[in-house]
Design a protein around this ligand. Structure first.
Ligand code: AMP
Ligand code: MG
Length: 411
């Protein structure tokens, strides 16, 4: 059995990043910048008002009230006018260019109309409500480094810079298949005796899409070595990675391992972790194959610990793993000290920080526990049992939405 950290290193170092390509901005969500982004111009591109109000010379309004002559009007989108001379003001809208001469904006709430003049009721400092050119992003600076994964907010910044074809690591194409004579499509109308619906492919397809990968669904392959050989051989030529589930444990029908060693090479099999111990990793030619165990929780945990970081790395990401933090156990736990144990936990915020409690039976077939969980508590090798109130590291795989409609309305 390989220690988890060693297995993760072996997987990550065996992965080559995919080539970069320019994509449309709308297609870039979740993909990873392949090069530093340098700002071609300032954002905002010109100094402008942060408020609806009056552009003034701050020195004129040091001791309000003061009456100034209104000598112009600037709307957002209009070209700069001015200058604003001593004793003068120009009415200005939010986002409109600052006129020459003015060095502050007094918001309309602090003024009073007085015919063709305005009474300024509050003092202004130089720079008040004025948004300087480059105040958000300066021309020539690195806005985002290579390796940054693009969120909707990144896309907004890129748009504001006119960068509408960012260069990103190519979207990984990942082939998935389930194995097992007992496994039938989820849409099967009535289950024959001994059959189970395929939970793993929908789980993996969704997890891959969330990651920004393109999914090639190869369906369910029965425990037939010849069939599996032909499907895997084909998959390897058309995908950047292949994910299988099932067929990697000790049973005589566990064929993935066998076919993988015939067709390609097994780098390792069995990791000192729970769940997902019988995880196998190898290559079909140059295509990495992740031989995930059959039990769905093992699939989920192996995906989190191996597949997700590996694909993020392939797509060019700098940061590969989910965030971790320390939490307090809301319940004592008993675990196998010979393995890194991942417990499905629900988390609640208390004044002293996060309290996490195992949810559902912690068996590798109990997928409902994974769905109910907020995080995985990670109990390292050598630890074993932990008491109620003990501290444990958790790896967050989702940030649960908070505040129901009732809570919002209740104030
Ligand atoms: P295996 O590793 O093939 O021996 O599978 C281990 C366990 O996972 C068995 O109980 C299988 O029936 C179950 N299993 C395998 N594939 C799937 C699947 N796609 N969806 C749900 N359970 C599965
Ligand atoms: Mg099987």
């Amino acid at each position: 059995m390989k220690p988890l950290a060693e297995a993760q290193r072996a997987v990550l170092t065996a992965m080559e990043p995919l080539p970069a390509e320019a994509v449309d901005l709308e297609a870039a969500l979740g993909l990873v910048l392949a090069a530093d982004v340098v700002a071609p111009h300032d954002v905002p591109p010109f100094a402008n008002s942060g408020m609806d109000g009056f552009a003034v010379r701050a020195a004129d309004v040091a001791t309000p009230p003061v009456t100034l002559a209104v000598v112009g009007d600037i709307a957002a989108g209009s070209i700069p006018v001015g200058p604003v001379g001593p004793g003068e003001a120009i009415r200005i809208m939010t986002g409109a260019p600052m006129p020459a001469g003015a060095d502050a904006v007094v918001m309309v709430e602090d003024t009073e109309a007085a015919g063709s003049s305005v009474r300024i009721l509050a003092p202004a400092q130089v720079g008040d409500h004025l948004r300087p050119a480059g105040g958000d992003v300066r021309a020539g600076t690195t806005v985002f480094p290579a390796g940054e994964r693009l969120t909707p907010f990144h896309l907004g910044v890129l748009a504001s810079l006119g960068i509408v074809h960012p260069v990103v690591g190519r979207r990984a194409t990942v082939a998935i298949l389930s194995t097992g004579d007992e496994v039938v499509p989820p849409e099967t109308a009535s289950l024959r005796a001994g059959a189970i619906r395929d939970a793993n492919r929908p789980l993996l397809a969704a997890a891959l899409r969330e990651l920004g990968a393109t999914v090639v669904d190869l369906g369910i392959v029965p425990d037939d070595p010849r069939l599996l050989r032909s499907v895997l051989g084909e998959a390897a030529t058309s995908a950047d990675a292949v994910l299988t589930s099932g067929g990697v444990s000790m049973g005589e029908h566990d064929l993935v391992k066998r076919v993988l060693s015939d067709l390609g090479s097994i780098e390792f099999w069995k990791v000192a972790m729970q769940p997902a111990k019988p995880f196998a990793f190898g290559f079909l030619g140059t295509t990495p194959l992740f031989g995930l165990p059959g039990n769905p929780v093992s699939v989920a945990v192996a995906f989190e610990q191996f597949v997700r970081p590996a694909l993020l790395h392939r797509m060019g990401a700098r940061r590969l793993f989910r965030p971790r933090s320390t939490a307090t156990l809301g319940e004592a736990v008993v675990t196998n000290p010979e393995k890194t144990v991942f417990l499905r936990v629900v988390a609640r915020a208390e004044s002293g920080g996060w309290v996490v409690t195992p949810v559902g039976r912690q068996a590798s077939n109990v997928l409902s526990g994974m769905a109910a969980a907020d995080a995985l508590a990670v109990v390292p090798v050598g630890v074993g049992d932990l008491p109620l109130g003990g501290s444990v590291e958790v790896e967050w795989f989702r940030s649960p939405e908070t505040r129901t409609m009732e809570e919002v309305l209740g104030g």
